[in-house]
Write a protein that binds this ligand. Structure first.
Ligand code: AMP
Length: 438
């Protein structure tokens, strides 16, 4: 086995990034990310959610204990390693909730009451890379901690609808909501017993995965993608029939708010999600535009997780959203934004004038204008070529004669017929507005 740590064999062997981990390199691409992040920041502030940032690396035990040791993520998708310095077992976070709960517990952050928080960043899962599925991907993760009621469940779901609208996506056409309730653990236990009995009665129809999960995690059998087992799963005992009064009331209350807000959803009794920590409300937003990677984001309530991870018992609810999938979805429906262009591009025919030119560019930037300097000189022709390619609306031409008179020429780049005009250099802040709104 080659040692992945060892340097490339020869100095000229090109080094490549890790499979399934992408570079977001082109301005056209990063523009989509920045726009998404901007929209998210403004939207979450309107709902009173605050930004939180936790480490990308956590103790492996956090995820094993938090997510459950027979989940796909913990069984086969985690990037875990031993800290070479002290032997600690560490893992690159595969999801955000466990780390956030760990941080909240560790800093006793619920002491003063409930918290609404969000974070954005990379998550890591060792999955087979394909379009919409990567080994390093990014999530928007939103958590409301310390709230027990159905109001916050509905708030999170409605907030996602607001996000879709803000991005230009159309619910019903581009995204649909699936909703389910997982009840409480004693209700799930009763249901689970009925489920195990049912699957045992039909043992011959179970595939290997299902047989393995029959006693460890029978609920996950309902999540099977195996077409041969769909009919069996369809007819299995439904948790809904094992729910007590309080669980039913919680679900009904969430539904009543969504109904009143005019948000259509489909109740999917087979929606169980990939982590063991959920109870009561679970939901997922699905898109028809991304083939098999149809889940754009999902979440639910996790009222026992804080306690499971050693904190003082408190309820929680949250969701994770795949940013790459949202961006793919926006692309699929033609909602990409253009790469950002500067207001102006500074053409400098003579390098000797830079000491006069550059302080003036500073003034313009201070006044809120974005100006790209043609660094490194070059012929007028090549400078104008770059000015055009930059997408700037205006070229600022610092010709020797004009400079000598204390002036700069403004040349509109997007309108060939528009005339070139002169402005006084000393008053740059006065005509900066013209550039910004050009
Ligand atoms: P989960 O935590 O599994 O519910 O994932 C939440 C969201 O993250 C999903 O709905 C996807 O949009 C996204 N996601 C999960 N795994 C991946 C992955 N391997 N690559 C890209 N996006 C992912």
């Amino acid at each position: 086995m080659p040692d992945p740590q060892s340097p490339a064999k020869t100095p000229d062997t090109p080094l490549r990034g890790v499979k399934g981990m992408n570079d977001i390199l082109l301005p056209a691409e990063s523009a989509q990310w920045e726009r998404f992040e901007d929209v998210v920041r403004r939207l979450l502030a309107r709902y009173g959610y605050r930004n939180i940032r936790t480490p990308v690396v956590e103790p492996t035990a956090l995820f094993v204990r938090g997510l459950g040791d027979v989940t796909d993520i913990v069984e086969k998708e985690m990037y875990s390693f031993e800290d070479a310095m002290n032997g600690d077992r560490l893992t690159l976070r595969p999801e955000a909730t466990a780390g956030i709960v760990r941080a909240i517990n560790e800093h006793n952050a619920l002491y003063n009451g409930p918290l609404r928080v969000w974070t954005m960043g990379p998550m890591f899962r060792h999955e087979r890379p394909q379009k919409g599925r990567y080994r390093q991907f990014h999530q928007l993760d939103v958590e409301a901690l310390g709230h027990a009621g159905p109001d916050v469940d509905a708030e999170l779901i409605l907030m996602l609808r607001a996000l879709w609208r803000e991005l230009g996506l159309v619910e019903g056409r581009d995204l649909t909501l699936e909703l389910n309730t997982l009840g409480q653990s004693d209700e799930r236990k009763a249901h689970r017993a009925a489920l195990v009995a049912y699957f045992q009665d039909h043992a011959a129809q179970l595939d290997e995965d299902a047989r393995r999960r029959l006693h460890s995690n029978p609920l996950r059998i309902l999540d099977t993608k195996n077409p041969a087992m769909q009919a069996l799963v369809e007819a299995a005992p439904k948790l809904m029939d094992y729910l007590g009064e309080a669980s039913r009331a919680h679900f009904d209350a969430v539904r009543a708010i969504l109904d009143a807000a005019g948000l259509a959803y489909r109740i999917n009794p087979r929606l169980v999600r990939g982590m063991d920590y959920y109870n009561l409300t679970v939901f997922e937003w699905i898109t028809p535009h991304l083939g098999s990677q149809s889940a754009v984001g999902g979440g639910g309530r996790y009222d026992q997780l804080i306690e499971t991870l050693g904190g003082k018992p408190a309820p929680g609810v949250g969701f994770g959203l795949g940013i790459e999938r949202i961006l793919l979805l926006l692309e699929a429906v033609g909602l990409q934004v253009g790469a950002p262009a500067p207001d102006a591009y500074a053409v400098v025919p003579d390098a000797a004038s830079l000491p006069q030119v550059m302080p003036m560019l500073e003034q313009l930037r201070q006044a809120g204008v974005s100006v790209v300097l043609n660094a490194g000189g070059g012929s007028m022709k090549s400078q104008f070529k770059r000015a055009d390619a930059s997408g700037a609306r205006m070229a600022l031409i610092f010709g020797g004669d004009e400079l000598a008179r204390g002036e700069v020429a403004l040349k509109p780049l997007r309108d060939a017929a528009a005339p070139q005009t002169l402005r006084p250099i000393a008053d740059a802040a006065r005509w900066a507005d013209e550039l910004r709104n050009a």
